[in-house]
Design a protein around this ligand. Sequence first.
Ligand SMILES: Nc1ncnc2c1ncn2[C@@H]1O[C@H](COP(=O)(O)OP(=O)(O)OP(=O)(O)O)[C@@H](O)[C@H]1O
Length: 230
Amino acid sequence: MLKLERVLITQGNFSVHADMTIEPQKKYAVIGPSGAGKSSLLGALCGFVPMVEGRLTWHGRDITDDAPGVRPMTMLFQDNNLFPHLTILQNVGLGLRRDLRLTAKDKENVERALCRVGLTDMAQRMPGSLSGGQQSRAALARVLVQGCPLVLLDEPFAALGPALRNGMLDLVQQLVTETNASLIMVTHDPKDVARIADEVIFVAGGIAHAPQPAKALMENPPAELRSYLG
Ligand SMILES: Nc1ncnc2c1ncn2[C@@H]1O[C@H](COP(=O)(O)OP(=O)(O)OP(=O)(O)O)[C@@H](O)[C@H]1O
């Protein structure tokens, strides 16, 4: 499990506190007002944003100062981060090897991941020749090959239409279940919470609140959450 122990995350003058445990094989939605610190929280977990106090542990091991690349997590951003000059196969392969010297087994893994997201026929295409939804699938395949126990998504499908978005959310849900990963996903949409989350991390007023069961929290939100939900 991942533990945030009395953590303080800062970005310039902004700061947010967090003290919580992320359990294995659970799905968490991170919600809260704009500018509350949701992206900062995910960035800090990945090692892109500094934790100036407290510590982060993974199965009891302190990983607070570990470089992003060696942490047990992978993050999918809204723009998918596909490299335009590389094929879809190469983009997914980067999830396994940065120098793209893929072994036969690596290639098999990449092809299996592409097949799992329905992109087998697109392997040799460039990202620019794919639709937004297909690009999202390719980015998901790259997350999949990494096989990380924690998958972090920062509003990854905000640019897609509602039907496609829901399809991607369902696919994410299936993939994290199949790989026994935990999911931590920032969203602005309460419908996403109902669709995907076991637990909710509510971020507001300088605090990332410890996770609470999604259904009970959304049915009976405390005042601060109620005013956010409107
Ligand atoms: N690189 C940075 N330098 C200084 N301040 C920053 C930086 N990045 C973000 N911030 C500030 O940190 C605060 C939290 O930003 P963050 O992006 O984490 O919020 P958020 O809850 O994800 O917002 P949104 O829902 O609008 O995406 C904001 O006040 C923002 O201005």
